[in-house]
Design a binder for this molecule. Sequence first.
Ligand code: ACM
Length: 500
Amino acid sequence: MRWRLILAALVAAGASTVAVAEPGAAAPARDAYADILPAPVSARPERGAFTIGRHTTITAGPGARGVAEQLSAILHVPVASRAPKGGNTIALAVAGRDQGDESYRLDVGPGRVTLTAGRAAGLFAGVQTLRQLANGTSIPAGHVADAPRFAYRGAMLDVARHFFSVAQVERYIDQLALYKINTLHLHLADDQGWRIMINSWPRLATYGGSTAVDGDPGGYYTQAQYRAIVAYAAARYVTVIPEIDMPGHVNAALASYAELNCDGVAPPLYTGTDVGFSSLCVNKEVTYRFLDDVIGELAALTPGPYLHIGGDEAHATSQADYVTFMNRVQGIVAAHGKRVQAWHQVVTASPLPTTVAQYWDTTNVNPQVAAAAANGTGVVLSPANLAYLDMKYNDSTPLGQDWAALIEVADAYGWDPGTYLVGAPTSAVRGVEAPLWTETIRTSADIEYMAFPRLPAIAELGWSPASTHDWAAFRLRLAAQAPRWQALGINFYRSPQIPW
Ligand code: ACM
């Protein structure tokens, strides 16, 4: 039994551990299959359990080795080329061309766990489910068949208002992956800071990135650091979408290069929290040379298909200039082989057929966005009064803002992205995203307090079939996650709505 003690110690000490049961807990265990979050398409428990022991191995078919190594690191079970006699096996296989990108099937029996998917991304999603099912060395028997409702399940982190280190961003990526979120949108530039080195315009980062809200320390990612974030995310099947907000939210750029200003005079750096006061100079050619350089370098750093060009709150740009600008910049993004994502105001210009509009308003009625969606523009839903993680939970939440709403967990969970926007066809909905703006957010503990438990709620809206939507069941599923968060050191808000 010595290995059991060692295993228990490893599991308890590891940064990425499975949940460990309270020793001696007397109450009968809840059905772990009912607690999977986000809720799967179908899950059915069976009698018995698979027990991880000294002779347990993980086997990996072609294309499954990488995910098998990740599971190995979590469970402390070795990967073997074939199952040894007398041992039990967790078998990972990429199989079945008919399965979508992230769908998977998981079968747990006393002697064998089988996880199959059409692609490695599906295996990775299945491993997240397996982690939730595992309880110490025991995995209860049962079956899961699962696939995402929406292809896009995102989170946004604003690293401009406050800067977050590579390690902090990676920590958040790990947390996103637990809930099958597959997109990290990084808001890389705003009035208060420019956070990515652009080699052809280096002062953006070295000067424009030198401060943050309230005069807090600034910072920026070197291109090598940024590539490390992208690679870290990719290893967890998370695609990074970089955003440079424009034509507004650009004071850090205007402060860094005088020639970007219409009057040729650079403004001072800005550390307040107002919005809508800065604009790129739409009628100067240097603006587009600048953007061609920036977008070119970003495109080279971005394996994913999308670059986000902002486009929100351009209150210091005339509408005519806005249309001219957004249309021209969409062309620049396309010329660099990428597609445009932008805040939904882009629909007031002429969205390219491939442009995705990210909806952030606080009402479900927006005829212009609905018409664009009906006309083929893809939509990602981030209604600020439902999906913004920087909104306070209630009046006494110490962090965050309240301009869009106070958002308790039931509010974050209580809407359907597929039918939310009146007049927009469900087929236009690419998915959901939970943005976290960081005017008041400074630390990883702050990030986590705002994201947990609302991020898993948004993740479930994005992943789970509409037929599983059920607040009464969700609040129990959510409560069952708390021991995992404690084991992982995740700070969270103990909402009184949840029976922790
Ligand atoms: C936004 O909240 N201005 C996108």
